[in-house]
Design a protein around this ligand. Structure first.
Ligand code: THG
Length: 368
């Protein structure tokens, strides 16, 4: 299947970094939260090697923020998630499943707490701004819900600490995982967190004001020249090795957080006011769940529809949602939704991959 080009319009939003991303040689775009997300590589392998050895700057402005601000901010956020938000610190980030009244996933953002009365929900790809505005109106909450002019820029890779230290100061390096500090860039305060959608280490700067985008980008590339800093984007191979789930692909609105393997982020005993509480409490024992799979044979083709899994008797056992060849592990690293009867590590399944059936083995864990 050939893919069409995107038709330009201002509805398809650019980011504060788009001009630089263009200049860095962006090769293809996807649309995420009504905004452009670029990728660069001819092959993901070269980008993968570089991410694992140097440092990359990723325009992830598509991770739009829903800002929730006001006396009922904590109440509103807690209404949407089974994760207990009550003990969160003012410098903390939390990965939270957002769940509807039926206990189904709507999004899996990073929640950033700025103060007890102010949060950013740094979104995966679904329209949570509308949902949160609806909740606030329907419940008559004393809260403002809006999309601020804040755009994440990820700095990822083993040399990210060195680059961030040079540009934003040495004390940023002492930031713990999923905590944030404040930096000042050209007079503007901005949040920087130790987080990001890779397992190579690094930070996410929440660019506060689009007008600073190109200057921040240039400062990073200037200071990182000898570190071989390059423009990058979330890497398909590395994120599957790490088991980082993509909402819309690996998880959808058909799934509960337990099916998504996010049960550890559900505190049903403590999440007071969470709207899906009753429904989700009855769904804690899923009949299918996310698993890491190893798919045998040569490199699989790109996936654009779920690939069915069958058990030894030829009956349905689930489906593959993400899969690609891993140079480091010499296999097709794969994320699948697998039925309970087949989900134990070591279970051998048949994957209906375009071009021919493959042997697929359930793993205990993801690779990195
Ligand atoms: N950064 C920001 N916003 C985001 C993402 C991000 N929004 C969309 C998407 N990514 C949300 N999904 C994830 C999934 C996993 C993680 C972060 C965002 C993650 N998980 C840690 C891990 O797997 O090691 C564990 C997190 C925890 O223990 O709380 O980092 O990347 N701003």
């Amino acid at each position: 299947m050939s893919m069409p080009y995107l038709t330009p319009s201002i509805r398809l939003r650019k980011t504060p970094f788009s001009n630089r991303v263009d200049r860095a040689g962006a090769k293809a775009y996807t649309v995420y939260n009504h905004m452009l997300l670029a990728s660069y590589y001819e092959t993901p392998e070269e980008d993968y090697r570089h991410l694992k050895s140097a440092v990359q700057v990723w325009d992830v402005a598509v991770e739009r923020q829903v800002e929730v601000k006001g006396p009922d901010a904590l109440r509103l956020v807690q209404m949407t998630t089974p994760r207990d938000m009550s003990r969160m610190q003012d410098d903390q980030c939390c990965y939270i499943p957002m769940v509807d009244v039926a206990g189904k996933m709507m999004n899996d953002p990073v929640a950033v707490r700025l103060s007890q009365d102010r949060y950013w929900l740094s979104l995966a790809d679904s329209d949570m701004l509308l949902y949160c505005k609806g909740l606030a109106a329907g419940a008559g909450l004393d809260v403002e819900v809006f999309e601020p002019d804040v755009s994440p820029l990820a700095i990822q890779g083993p040399k990210a600490d060195e680059l961030v230290s040079r540009v934003f100061g040495e004390d940023i390096v002492s930031t713990r995982f999923f905590r944030h500090k404040t930096i000042n860039f050209q007079g503007q305060d901005m949040i920087i967190a130790r987080s990001g959608w890779s397992h190579q280490g690094g930070f996410e700067l929440y660019l506060d004001g689009s007008q600073y985008g190109e200057a921040v980008w240039d400062a990073l590339f200037e200071a990182g020249r000898d570190l071989d800093v390059r423009a990058g984007c979330p890497n398909l191979i590395e994120r599957i090795e790490a088991g980082l789930l993509s909402f819309g692909s690996d998880i959808t609105m058909d799934h509960t957080p337990f099916e998504a393997g996010l049960g550890k982020y559900c505190n049903l005993d403590r999440a007071v006011g969470f709207l899906g509480h009753a429904a989700l409490s009855a769904l804690t024992e899923p009949s299918k769940q996310i698993r890491a799979l190893e798919v045998d044979g040569s490199a699989v083709p790109a996936i654009n529809h779920p690939w069915p899994l069958h058990n030894a008797s030829g009956d349905p056992a689930g489906y593959i949602s993400s899969s690609t060849w891993s140079p480091d592990f010499n296999t097709n690293v794969t994320i699948a939704m697998v039925n309970r009867e087949q989900w134990d590590a070591g279970t051998v399944l048949t994957a209906k991959v375009p071009g021919g059936d493959r042997t697929a083995t359930v793993r205990e864990k993801f690779w990195i």
